[in-house]
Ligand binder design. Structure first.
Ligand code: NAG
Ligand code: NAG
Length: 421
């Protein structure tokens, strides 16, 4: 796998390199020139708009904490390095992050969002492209935080990080239904250092995890653990610990009310487990190394679920699996996925055919269909090559995911069947 990836990278790299050479060089240069002119015109326009005000320094993302205290109405972008966090990953930066988080929750708010959740107006904790070592989960000192962004860098668990902790922990012990709303975690690499997990969303609602790389979570651990509603994961890369060794990339523990969308993500040797999925979308995601999706039964409910347009790659096993029995099923669509390698593609819609000479045709859909003994719709056509024969035929049975068609007289025929669950 790794060799393939390196090869792919090389291929892309060489294409990128070759393009300008193979393309019309003078045209390319013209484009570059036009781009530079556009850029300088934009910056002079910006300066005009800003009047006499000095241009903001490109280096400092935010004022220092001291300045912050004085300038109450400055934009709230908290650069963790100005709080003493070490962007080289050498020193432990836990204390610096704690101070940032407690400063942020002291900041001004404008009204509330969901009950008891304060609107922090989009305040940002900026990791400034650094790689920080932390020995405790990052948590807000109090619950009720909304409209905050954490962006742009890497976090790594230290060797004494708690093995049951998550690098970013949006959970609280408060009794309210929701503690965090509209928090965006973006462009982050989270390395759990085989100590704990990556991200924990508990009683957290409308959280977006966007373009994050979660890696090295523990054997019993989970890359992203979700127990709150209406969250979106997009462009999330989970790698290791592999499912084969007990790891779970994303775990949604919210039986009966998942309301989660996982799109455009990359499950690398590690899969997604969802308890009683209700309102769940998993789409356009790449499952590599035999990674798969598990629906785990708590009360046996699966409703309003789409697992579509995903790519699976691996040597064996089913792409979507059930743990336990499901008996309340509705609107579950698993379709349009593809496999490469020996994995068995599971779906809730399937087509099949069989040819025989006789009065009975049987198409067994058990290896394709996700739910056992459940065909809610079936259609078939019987195509006979026996000259002059116009047999009467009927669909006899769909029990046990097996379609049986019978005719009144023996004919040589093929039966095509399409079923859905
Ligand atoms: C089909 O079966 C019938 C009777 O069982 C037999 O007479 C006929 O030759 C068979 N046709 C073919 C094509 O095998
Ligand atoms: C349909 O198939 C099942 C399983 O083989 C069988 O138990 C049942 O009796 C069949 N039903 C009919 C109407 O033939």
């Amino acid at each position: 796998m790794r060799m393939n990836r390196d090869a792919l990278f090389l291929l892309i790299a060489s294409f990128t390199f070759l393009l300008p050479i193979n393309g019309d060089n003078s045209y390319h240069l013209q484009q570059m020139k036009a781009m530079r002119e556009l850029r300088s015109s934009i910056s002079s326009r910006r300066q005009l708009a800003a009047g006499d005000a000095p241009a903001p320094s490109p280096v400092s993302i935010s004022p220092s904490p001291q300045q912050m205290a004085q300038v109450g109405d400055s934009p709230r972008v908290y650069d963790v390095t100005s709080y003493g966090a070490d962007p080289t990953g050498g020193r432990d930066s836990t204390d610096a992050f704690s101070t940032v988080l407690s400063d942020l929750v002291k900041g001004p708010t404008s009204g509330t969002m969901l009950k008891d959740i304060k609107n922090f107006g989009g305040a940002q904790i900026h990791l400034a492209g650094g790689n920080y070592l932390i020995s405790k989960p990052l948590r807000f000192p109090s619950a009720g935080v909304g409209n905050v962004v954490i962006v742009g860098g890497s976090l790594r668990a230290s060797d004494d990080f708690p093995t049951d902790g998550y690098l970013i922990d949006l959970s609280s012990k408060s009794s309210s239904d929701y503690d965090y709303e509209y928090i965006t975690l973006r462009d982050l690499m989270l390395d759990s250092n085989f100590r704990g997990g990556g991200i924990f969303l508990n009683d957290a609602v409308r959280i977006t995890i966007d373009n994050c790389y979660v890696t090295h979570f523990t054997t019993d651990g989970v890359g992203v653990m979700i127990t709150g509603q209406a969250n979106i994961l997009t462009g999330v890369h989970c790698y290791n610990k592999a499912s084969g060794f007990g790891g779970t990339g994303i775990y949604i523990k919210l039986p009966g009310l998942s309301q989660t969308r996982i799109v455009n993500s990359y499950m690398d040797f590690t899969g997604i487990t969802v308890e009683d999925p209700v309102q769940l979308t998993i789409s356009d995601t790449f499952f590599l190394g035999g990674a798969y999706v598990v629906f785990k039964s708590v009360k046996g409910v699966a409703k309003g679920v789409s697992v579509v347009n995903n790519m699976f790659s691996g040597s064996g096993g089913d792409t979507v699996r059930l743990e336990g029995e499901f008996n309340e099923i509705g609107g579950v669509l698993v379709d349009g996925n593809s496999v490469n390698g020996g994995m068995n593609l599971k779906a809730t819609v399937a087509r099949g055919s069989t040819s025989a000479n006789g009065t009975s045709w049987t198409v067994d859909f058990n290896s394709e269909l996700l739910f056992p003994n459940r065909i809610s719709h079936a259609q078939y056509s019987l195509v006979s090559s026996t000259a002059g024969a116009f047999p009467r035929h009927a669909l006899r049975n769909i029990t046990g995911n097996v379609v049986v068609v019978e005719s009144d007289v023996p004919v040589t025929a093929s039966v095509f069947a399409a079923v859905s669950q």
